[in-house]
Each structure stands twice: as structure tokens, then as C-alpha cells.
Design a protein around this ligand. Structure first.
Ligand code: ADP
Ligand code: ZN
Length: 213
């Protein structure tokens, strides 16, 4: 399957993407993970992106399009992909459309994961992430077995730099202003599936139903 996952920070795009990869071998493509990897590795891209990310602001569109143009043409994309955190602005969506036409690729649809704001806020402030493998934990509902240590790889489980209260409220404002308009964009394209659900299982079922129809 080839899907775009839309939704506010904390809506569960990453969790849903990871579950979907197990169904049919599609790969998760998270621009946030790619950027965090570049920052950690200290590459040119990482140096350019770092200050935007820390503040919870978006990284410029041209940097993101450069990353995605290469990424979408890698071999593992042949079995399908789940775009998690991209596109994030109308210009990115317009350019993605051109890029897909150019490389002869086509998406199934875009999923809008719609979660109430109070749930989002609670999730983001209690979320913790493994800095080595990206596994996601929650201090209340899903803590690692040993505090601060990843169950999967033993890496350090920490609060992300952009998950302070100030950066979170900025990320939500940026989402409302720049990314929420994509819902209307994909609706007009006739390729939007909106799922109002707080359980990832319900989101997965709705996606599978639409794929089968
Ligand atoms: P979130 O939990 O907010 O969805 P992500 O891991 O997707 O977080 O992204 C973290 C940060 O990386 C964003 O706040 C932004 O600075 C940057 N980023 C990720 N994807 C994009 C994108 N498509 N366009 C611009 N900036 C991006
Ligand atoms: Zn880990």
C-alpha cells in the first residue's frame, strides 16, 4: 500500500505506520526520523535542520523535497510505503504530486487521523522515545521495563528536545496553520479517508476496509 498519514503531532501516525508495515511489507518513511538521524550524525542536512526542529518549526520545503525525491526512488519503496510526517505544507503536497507523476508512481489515499486535542496534549507530554532505535514509550501507559532503557535495543529512552511544553504548543500551532489545510487538499483530490479514533487498531481496520473496497 502507498499511503499518506496525516494528523496532528501525537495523533499516532508513527504507531499506525509501524503496524501497517507488518501487514504487507510496506516501509515507513518518517521525515522526522530521517531529520533526527541527520542531526545525530552531524551531516550538512542535520546542521541546516537542527534549529528549526528544536523550536518546533518546520524545516524549509526545499530541504524536505530533496530528501524525499531520493528516498521514494530507493528499492524498498517498490513494496509500498507509508508517508509519516510528509507532506506537511501545501507546497510539499503540490511538489509531491509532480514528483510522483515524474517517477510514474501513484498513491492509494491519504488518511487523516483525527484525535481530540486534550488526548494529543496528554500524549505528547508523556511520550518518551528511544534515541537509538526510535521506539516510542509513554510514562503512564507504556513505560519501558527498566526506567530510561529501551526494551528493544537497550538504548536511552528520553524526552525529545521538541517535547517541552513550549515547543509542543508551537508544533500544534504550526500544524493548524500549515498542515491542517492538507485535509482539504486531499479531499479535493478525492483521496481522503478521515478516521476519528483514538485507538490505533480502529485506524488500521478503517484503512484495511478502504483498501479492500
Ligand atoms: P511530530 O511528532 O511532530 O509529527 P516529526 O517527528 O514528524 O514530529 O517531526 C519532527 C520535526 O521535524 C518537526 O517539528 C519539523 O521541525 C521537522 N519535520 C519533519 N517532517 C517535516 C516536513 N515534512 N516538513 C518540514 N519539517 C518537517
Ligand atoms: Zn531502542
Amino acid at each position: 500500500m502507498k499511503l499518506i498519514l496525516l494528523g496532528a503531532p501525537g495523533a499516532g501516525k508513527g504507531t499506525v505506520a509501524k503496524m501497517l508495515t507488518k501487514i504487507d511489507g510496506s516501509v515507513q518513511i518518517s521525515t522526522g526520523d530521517i531529520l533526527r538521524g541527520a542531526v545525530a550524525a552531524g551531516t550538512e542536512l542535520g546542521k541546516k535542520a537542527e534549529c528549526f526542529m528544536k523550536a518546533g518549526d518546520l524545516v524549509p520545503d526545499d530541504l524536505i523535497m530533496g530528501i524525499m525525491e531520493e528516498r521514494l526512488q530507493e528499492d524498498d519503496c517498490k513494496n509500498g510505503y507509508l508517508l509519516d510526517g510528509f507532506p506537511r505544507t501545501i507546497p510539499q503536497a503540490e511538489e509531491l504530486k509532480l514528483l510522483l507523476a515524474r517517477i510514474g508512481d501513484e498513491l492509494d489515499f491519504a488518511v487523516n487521523i483525527d484525535v481530540p486535542r486534550d488526548v494529543i496534549l496528554d500524549r505528547l507530554t508523556t511520550r518518551r522515545t528511544c534515541s537509538d532505535c526510535g521506539a516510542i514509550y509513554n510514562v503512564k501507559s507504556n513505560p519501558p521495563k527498566v526506567e530510561g532503557k529501551c526494551d528493544k535495543c537497550g538504548g536511552p529512552v528520553v524526552q525529545r528536545d521538541d517535547e517541552t511544553e513550549e515547543a509542543i504548543s508551537n508544533r500544534l500551532a504550526v500544524y493548524n496553520e500549515k498542515t491542517a489545510p492538507l485535509i482539504g487538499f486531499y479531499e479535493k483530490e478525492g483521496m481522503l479517508l478521515t478516521v476519528t479514533a483514538t485507538s490505533s487498531d480502529a485506524v488500521i481496520s478503517a484503512i484495511q476496509e478502504r483498501l479492500a473496497s
